[in-house]
Design a protein around this ligand. Structure first.
Ligand SMILES: *[C@@H]1O[C@H](CO)[C@@H](O)[C@H](O)[C@H]1NC(C)=O
Ligand SMILES: *[C@@H]1O[C@H](CO)[C@@H](O)[C@H](O)[C@H]1NC(C)=O
Ligand SMILES: *[C@@H]1O[C@H](CO)[C@@H](O)[C@H](O)[C@H]1NC(C)=O
Length: 358
């Protein structure tokens, strides 16, 4: 009797064919997956990096990360006079906030805040002199589902903190890849054309703070508000992480020449800003881990594709600092719409030339 079936796996040629087919299949699947759902692909990549310990997990050190004594920190009967500067620690700032991620319609939200927030997303405390006049810059493209959820959460928190604010949504038009950093540069300049601000906070639309003692004002050093994130199991990232929610005074941002304009696609621009900030001799001040906790909005999350060239760009952060940033920024006139709860600065971005090194 003869064997009809063949065992391909014993024959080198057959095995190679099967292997090649499998590799091709997996590769095309991965490519298809990361192309169609870059957000999820990013999350997996991040998860894998952590599992493989490519990203080392650090322990934060230093005085700025010491937890304050939460029991005795806030005087219960704190009173402020209307001719005095608002303190940073109001009694109502009682710590952990509940996070509501349910969908809400913008019109409904407008009603909820009508008479409280002024057109364009402006508010100022009346019972004391606000310490900071903050411009919130929210980089935006197709996140209409997320924006009202963030505003519903953020506005009451800022009111409790007695922060004078204007909320700006910086919308990217056109077909270029998302450029968060360049949008923020545009937002900074356009906001200052309209209003005086002494502090800017760059706030991702899908980040919801979980603790209202995370004070949204600036400090004498660039500030990192976002320390721990729910999707990363609230584990600490690398110590130089400087993304998600960060703040610089108007002066500090000008000094570092803003963000680089070269980061098209997701990632890298925050590390680049960190390099700039460091170069100019600033030390980033950070919220404590208890206060710096954030929830992220996952539903309807269409994340932008990754910028794979970012690692290469990051090797030249220091060299580019003086020739790539606010001083080299060029853009078509922005369209400005005043909505009830925010000012929409919309702009079509195109790559710009770096200035010549002098
Ligand atoms: C505020 O006004 C009170 C009296 O109304 C006065 O005693 C106090 O010195 C004033 N404070 C400041 C900072 O001007
Ligand atoms: C930043 O931190 C370093 C190391 O702790 C310190 O030597 C330096 O003086 C700090 N810089 C500023 C501007 O505070
Ligand atoms: C901002 O304005 C642009 C241009 O009109 C528009 O496409 C975009 O949807 C607006 N964004 C928001 C959040 O209103």
């Amino acid at each position: 009797m003869q064997m009809v079936g063949r065992n391909y796996f014993l024959k080198p040629k057959g095995a190679v064919t099967v292997l090649l087919l499998t590799v091709t299949y997996i590769t095309s699947y991965v490519l298809y997956f990361s192309y169609t759902t870059p957000g999820q692909a990013n999350s997996y990549l991040y998860w894998l990096e952590r599992k493989l310990k490519v990203r080392p997990s650090y322990v934060y050190q230093g005085a700025s990360m010491q937890e304050e004594n939460e029991e005795t920190y806030f005087p219960a009967n704190l009173r402020v006079l209307s001719n005095e500067t608002c303190p940073e620690k109001f009694y109502e700032m009682n710590g952990k906030m509940s996070v509501n991620v349910d969908e809400i319609n913008l019109d409904k939200l407008n009603l909820q805040f009508s008479g409280k927030v002024k057109y364009g997303g402006n508010w100022s405390p009346e019972d004391c002199i606000p310490k900071w006049n903050v411009g919130f810059l929210i980089p935006f493209r197709n996140r209409h589902y997320h924006l009202p959820i963030l505003l519903r959460h953020l506005i009451p928190m800022l009111m409790i903190q007695h922060i004078k604010f204007t909320i700006y949504v910086i919308n990217q038009e056109g077909n270029q890849r998302f450029n968060r950093a360049m949008l923020l540069n545009v937002g900074y300049l356009e906001a200052l054309k309209m209003k005086h601000h002494d502090c800017f906070i760059f706030h991702d639309v899908d980040h919801l703070p979980e603790n209202n003692r995370n004070y949204y004002g600036c400090t004498d050093m660039p500030r990192q508000f976002r320390v721990l994130l729910d999707v990363n199991d609230y584990s600490l990232e690398y110590p130089t992480f400087f993304g998600g929610v960060t703040g610089l005074t108007t002066e500090q941002f000008k000094k570092v020449n803003g963000f680089s304009n070269e980061f098209w696609g997701w990632g890298g621009e925050d590390d680049d800003l960190y390099a700039r900030v460091n170069k100019l001799g600033y030390n980033v001040s950070s919220a404590t881990p208890t206060r710096g906790r954030y929830s992220t909005l996952q539903k309807n999350h269409h994340q932008e594709s990754q910028n794979l060239g970012r690692f290469n760009l990051l090797t030249s952060s220091i060299e580019r600092n003086s020739i790539d940033g606010l001083n080299s920024l060029r853009y078509q006139p922005a369209t400005i719409e005043t909505h009830k709860l925010f000012t929409n600065i919309s702009v079509d971005l195109q790559p710009v030339r770096m200035l010549k090194k002098t």
